[in-house]
Ligand binder design. Sequence first.
Ligand SMILES: NC(=O)c1ccc[n+]([C@@H]2O[C@H](COP(=O)([O-])OP(=O)(O)OC[C@H]3O[C@@H](n4cnc5c(N)ncnc54)[C@H](O)[C@@H]3O)[C@@H](O)[C@H]2O)c1
Ligand SMILES: O[C@H]1[C@H](O)[C@@H](O)[C@H](O)[C@@H](O)[C@H]1O
Length: 337
Amino acid sequence: MTDILRVAVIGAGRMGVDHIQRIHARIQGAEVAAVVDVDLARAQAAIEGIPGAVALADAEEALNNGDVNAVLIATPGFLHEEILLKALAKDLPILCEKPLTPDAASAWKIVEAEKELGHQRIQVGFMRRFDAEYAALGAMIRSNELGELLMLHHQHRNPTTPPGFTNEMLINDSVVHEFDAVRFFTGEEITSVQVRLGKATRNAPAGQHDPQHVLIETESGVLADVEIYVNARFGYEVATQASFEDGIVNIGADHGPYTRANGRWGGTVTPGFEERFAAAYDVEIQAWVNAALRNGIGGPSAWDGYATAACCEAGVEAQKNGQKVPVKLNPKPAIYN
Ligand SMILES: NC(=O)c1ccc[n+]([C@@H]2O[C@H](COP(=O)([O-])OP(=O)(O)OC[C@H]3O[C@@H](n4cnc5c(N)ncnc54)[C@H](O)[C@@H]3O)[C@@H](O)[C@H]2O)c1
Ligand SMILES: O[C@H]1[C@H](O)[C@@H](O)[C@H](O)[C@@H](O)[C@H]1O
């Protein structure tokens, strides 16, 4: 038991730097102890103005540093497995950015390692669960106040993608959020995924088919569709419309404040996820810290990471064959009940 988390942030890229600033400036009960990046200059730049933090080029060095007692993983998804296994072996609290890992077999290895440890140490960075509107819609669904939830319609639009963003990453890196959202809203597992590739934008880089239409089905037959459109140019938008027996609910579609000035009226479009989900990331990281200080986790688990990785794997197969691909899950270990 400790009264302060001394966090090693692994990966000082776009998301890592955002989390470093948040832990340093806004989060209670945690401090940045180390920042690791293979590009040491990035790590050094990221610790500027953070007293007591060290910059390192190797994650293992941070895990062996006696001043570190927690880990936040913000490297690209295909690198998560190795760091997760090493951090679990040291029984450290872990916040792992999504995806847990990009495929079901590697995600299952993580679940098995945690099962072996005997308690949950990994929280996965599905921050939408901490967004006020997501939380409110989740509560409405559970209360049944509008009757049964029947369908979910998701829009997930990014302005552009970074270099190296493959066609598979539209599913593994982006739609993974909707897989988690659908599971969160319905409290059910996803049973199948289908992907349709329609007319594509000229603005997508070579190798990416954009946009794509993803159809998801849950255990009770709730249907969810996702428009994933990652070169939409106009800004960043993540929105959902939920159809109930007795009403329709929209979240995330527009952003105030609404202004009338200079002969025009309107609101704003957020440029990226940092702005759209700023408050949600703060709540997410604070929940992780609070729980980690009590030796627990405060949000989505490695099981959620595994279940969504299985959906991603089905989604990537469905991208190729256009068919409805079943999602198969191993039995849930008791530590996740
Ligand atoms: N929750 C969200 O909304 C959200 C948003 C963006 C990114 N992410 C996730 O965060 C993670 C990072 O994404 P990003 O956009 O910040 O990527 P990025 O490419 O901007 O940054 C990744 C950083 O990791 C470093 N790195 C690579 N290999 C490393 C290694 N072996 N050890 C240490 N550092 C290494 C790179 O040099 C780079 O600085 C991904 O898993 C991504 O899916 C989540
Ligand atoms: O890694 C990012 C991040 O997870 C964002 O939240 C999502 O909107 C993007 O599509 C994805 O590429």
